[in-house]
Design a protein around this ligand. Structure first.
Ligand SMILES: NC(=O)c1ccc[n+]([C@@H]2O[C@H](COP(=O)([O-])OP(=O)(O)OC[C@H]3O[C@@H](n4cnc5c(N)ncnc54)[C@H](OP(=O)(O)O)[C@@H]3O)[C@@H](O)[C@H]2O)c1
Length: 218
């Protein structure tokens, strides 16, 4: 694998039909028990990474709240540096380490706005954030384990670039449908099943009506 010595886990809660949110952007697919499991996992990783749309649509805090433990660094992929300073992540960035990963496409105005915030800015890539380069830069900052919490576009980029090691999916007992509802993996997708990464089932854990399925890339 052409990447740094990083351990990257893709994580999501999906409906039985593979959606990670509804067409009106309701993404609360986890149960309380599953959220506690996720927060325990968050407390064990160095960083959590999400895409700009997830930040915009869900306005998550990405902290450890349902268990005791340290908050990982939060990393947002935002090529043009457009995120709002009113988001929960930015509002808490004076207390919790936050990295905004941008590309060279960012305007001077947006860059200077970001520089006024208590966040670290990492520039990698021309038009979009170059993930392999970003991973290399992060590994020099003692970030060795990253939990990627989506959304679908970000998941596709990690899969397409073959830069993940593990997949932890919570299968939630819902059927959502909708062409405009976001799927676990968006983007162009592979034309052939043979192009898919090979995954080996590591474990399945039942949490009442939810299943936590852990695959390892082989
Ligand atoms: N159920 C769950 O577990 C779960 C978890 C997370 C999210 N979600 C849902 O997922 C939905 C959002 O997913 P989404 O697919 O629309 O967006 P996303 O994956 O959250 O964000 C994609 C955006 O990130 C930016 N980005 C920058 N560099 C990138 C790179 N190298 N690769 C990929 N993206 C990069 C791009 O915008 P720029 O080009 O402007 O930078 C891109 O459009 C929301 O509805 C959210 O609720 C669900």
């Amino acid at each position: 694998m052409e990447k740094s010595n990083m351990h990257i886990i893709l994580s999501a809660a999906i409906s039985i039909d593979g959606k990670i949110s509804t067409r009106s952007n309701d993404s609360k697919l986890s149960s309380q028990e599953d959220s506690t499991r996720l927060h325990k996992l968050r407390s064990k990783v160095d960083a959590i990474l999400i895409g700009k749309n997830t930040m915009l649509k869900d306005d998550p805090l990405l902290t450890v709240r349902y268990t005791k433990g340290k908050n990982p660094t939060r990393i947002i992929l935002d090529s043009k540096g457009t995120i709002s300073k009113n988001s929960k992540i930015i509002k808490s960035s004076d207390k919790i380490p936050t990295i905004i990963a941008v590309s060279k496409k960012i305007s001077k105005a947006n860059l200077s706005k970001l520089k006024k915030l208590p966040v670290e800015i990492i520039i990698s890539g021309e038009n979009s954030v170059n993930l392999k380069l970003l991973m290399k830069k992060l590994s020099t900052k003692k970030i060795k384990t990253i939990l990627v919490e989506g959304g679908g576009t970000v998941n596709w980029e990690f899969i397409k670039n073959n830069i993940f090691d593990e997949l932890i999916i919570t299968l939630s007992p819902y059927l959502i449908g909708g062409n405009d509802a976001t799927s676990l993996v968006e983007g162009k997708g592979f034309a052939k099943i043979v192009n898919s990464p090979n995954l080996k089932l590591k474990s399945v854990k039942r949490l009442k009506n939810h299943l936590v399925i852990n695959y390892i890339k082989v």
